[in-house]
Design a protein around this ligand. Sequence first.
Ligand code: IVH
Length: 697
Amino acid sequence: MSDTRPVADLNPLEAAAELARLAKLIATADAAYYQDDAPDLADADYDALRRRNAEIEAAFPGLVRADSPSRRVGATPAQGFAKVRHAVPMLSLDNAFSDEDLAEFLASVRRFLKLPESEPLPLVAEPKIDGLSFSARYENRQFVRGVTRGDGAEGEDVTANLRTVAGLPRALPADAPEVLEVRGEVYISKDGFAALNRAQADAGEKTFANPRNAAAGSLRQKDANVTARRPLSAFAYAWGEVSQLSWDSHWGFLARLAEWGFPVNPRNRRCATTAEAVAAFAELDRERARLPYDIDGVVYKVDRLDWQQRLGFVSRAPRWAIARKFAAEQARTVVEAIDIQVGRTGALTPVARLSPVTVGGVVVSNATLHNADEIRRKDVRIGDTVIVQRAGDVIPQVVAVVTAERPAVTTPFVFPETCPVCGSHAENDDDGVIIRCTGGLTCPAQAVERLKHFVSRDAMNVDGLGDKAVEEFFGLGWVKRPSDLFSLKRRLDGGEISFAGRKGWAGTSIANLFAAIDARRSVPLARLIFALGIRHIGETTAKALAQLYRDLPSWVAAMRRLAAGDEAARAELTDRDGLGDAAADALAEFFAEAHNTDELARLADEIAAEPYAEAAVRASAFSGKTMVFTGTLERMSRNEAKARAESLGAKVASSVSAKTDFLVVGADAGSKAKKAAELGVKTLSEDEFLALCDAAV
Ligand code: IVH
């Protein structure tokens, strides 16, 4: 099975080929072992492959592959944890990459809250731990459940595993609330990571690429006894559901956490001024290398709780917090080739294939070159030495060419005029920057990318159906469009298709696949709309559409009218805050194509779209009403007023029409107030609006 030529006899080309072969063999063996519980290699053979891989890598460190088995996360985390819905969603954070970004964040907080410059805006600055987040639930002061973040709405039940994490209390003192969800980060220290990898290597087991992967792999073990032996630690920094709030600031909350026995980072700082906030970042940046654990930035949080509550959140990130990331790490390497990737919407994206290089602890062998303009501007050529950088989980980028090291003969890169996958003509987009394949769904690359998007976590979230399986099913002709997924089981039962002899598909993985598909036969309308992958229809827009049209038949009917050029249908859409002409054009284009509407009809036969449900909206005078705001408000910004109205179930529109239920009128209102008077629309002053908000149950 393994090539027996001594490593010393290999030249670099042969070594690279051998490493590629080994990576593939080991990955296949791992999948059989871990995912299907069906090892296809004897242990001794498997160990021999890994040893040979390690020997070649030691002799040719420059050839270590990004997908090398020596760098992969250990035992693929187990599947099959029970799913738990978070009582309060686990949010993520927006990023700031510079002092300017931070200043803009602070300015937007001030605008939203209408705070004058003279009003202090205290913040808490916390190290951003590079681990994975958890939620620990306590009932009657006893630890009852541990859950991973998952997609933010739903995570995995890791109660037994979280119980083994050092420092997390099992029980809380008498003054803790009856129900308390504490959130934070599980991580492995740098020393713990080194020791774990040594132990793994000694035992002939897989080593981990970095502490974050080690922490993730350790927490998601089927057997909690394995987790218990891993050096996991935790810091607490947020809360979810809580029966009683006994703090009015984030800093106060951190103090309570410490009293109750939670591990709280001693490097958290309360910053009274912006200058202090900036200094806290500089201090952590300086100390970063000496800290016993990895951090990737600083999280700033508005300290005052009443302000946090007013700021609320947008999409999935709070308006009251931001993550300031450390400067990207850079490295030099050589461009071996420039490939063109075809995306979901046909955009052709050039990608630099690089000699593998370690940047910020991760091996990078690809970097995006964005578009034709970018390649031209930077004049990136095959053979060039380039500087690449990586910031956080952002895709690696080529920053610049080191022209002094350009080989004697190179040629400027010529962007193709046809799609490299389907050969269709490629043309410039309206904005002139993006070059798109005109093949539409006849282009296999576009079709596959759309399928991947359809099943992805933020879209239909078909758990366990990864990119590879999508490609496999597409290649076999089993799944050419989304609706095919839902008829797969029938075709299997009918004998039309068969998994027999397909590598990686054993009894349990097939059963898991169909369970995952069936679990998504009913999804919220917004998810379905987003999953269709229509241009300009992101998650937020999809939500706005679902809120406006409520159910699938009404949405489809309205979109068909829109596509037919119905002005009223277009006005209804563009009038809605957050939906504009770009969305309207894209939707019209999508619904004008019979193959799209046919596919939607097929999908509707297979699955149900749950009508839009207001997210825990309180009953109020504004539930289901259409509201418009005009003029300058005194006590809050226009955005805060809109956010409050929406949280009370209102739809906010941008112009007054016969369908408007309320117009909230601030100072110096103009034509909208006049129009409302003409149409007999009820107007509210700012005080009346706020009184009705406060009266909501
Ligand atoms: S606060 C609404 N604080 O960073 C509050 N997050 O990029 C949301 N993280 O998902 C999180 N250290 O996993 C917060 N001190 C800290 C953090 C922290 C690390 C992680 C967390 C979150 C991610 C967002």
